[in-house]
Write a protein that binds this ligand. Structure first.
Ligand code: HEC
Ligand code: HEC
Ligand code: HEC
Length: 115
């Protein structure tokens, strides 16, 4: 009886662990691919992987409109700051294949959430 209970409990725990991992948020590149983009849309058609630059992101997400959209984000607008205006490389925060970064927090303590 006891052994069965332990077996059942471990099975439940394992199931939890599995769903936990499965439910982990997709990174930015995965989300773009899920939305129908190809790897080449960011990396170029060649064999060599080119790291996409701000201009490429800006073709789909206009930085000025973006700054306007997030101007209400507290405690500071991530897309428009006195030092960088709208000029920061997007991937300093929106890391594509890994966890996002809060670039401003090298110096500030801004608790905005980068996805
Ligand atoms: C939305 C744009 C985007 C898409 C889509 C995307 N990538 Fe990336 N990729 C990047 C950026 C930006 C970097 C630079 C490192 C980072 O931000 O993670 C990168 C880096 C890489 C690297 C260099 C290794 C590294 O992690 O530094 C490889 C390899 C790569 N991507 C492969 C792929 C493949 C394969 C796909 C398609 C399944 C893909 N990427 C889709 C933006 C993208
Ligand atoms: C300093 C970090 C940082 C940089 C650099 C940055 N972002 Fe963001 N971005 C954020 C944060 C934080 C949010 C979430 C804002 C919120 O809470 O609504 C965000 C949200 C977004 C959104 C979703 C906006 C919406 O509400 O629909 C897009 C799209 C986006 N960023 C694109 C970009 C692009 C393109 C660039 C480069 C031109 C860029 N970001 C540069 C931090 C950054
Ligand atoms: C290398 C350090 C550094 C980084 C990175 C940095 N800042 Fe700052 N920031 C400062 C300093 C220093 C000041 C001026 C000191 C002050 O006024 O408190 C300042 C001032 C500001 C101010 C005006 C002060 C205020 O509170 O009104 C804003 C807004 C601001 N930063 C936003 C940002 C945003 C948004 C980012 C990320 C995109 C960022 N900063 C990244 C160092 C930095």
């Amino acid at each position: 009886m006891k052994a069965t209970m332990i077996a059942t409990l471990s099975a439940v725990l394992l199931a939890f662990a599995a769903t936990g991992a499965g439910a982990a948020e997709k990174n930015l590149a995965d989300r773009h691919v899920a939305a129908g983009m190809k790897c080449e849309s960011c990396h170029g058609p060649g064999k060599k992987i080119e790291t996409p630059e701000k201009e490429q992101c800006a073709a789909s997400h206009d930085p000025v409109k973006l700054a306007e959209k997030t101007k209400g984000v507290k405690p500071a607008n991530p897309h428009d700051s006195p030092h960088y205006h709208t000029g920061l490389e997007c991937t300093l925060c929106h890391v594509a294949h890994d966890k996002p970064e809060n670039y401003c927090n090298q110096c500030h303590k801004f608790d905005f959430k980068v996805k």
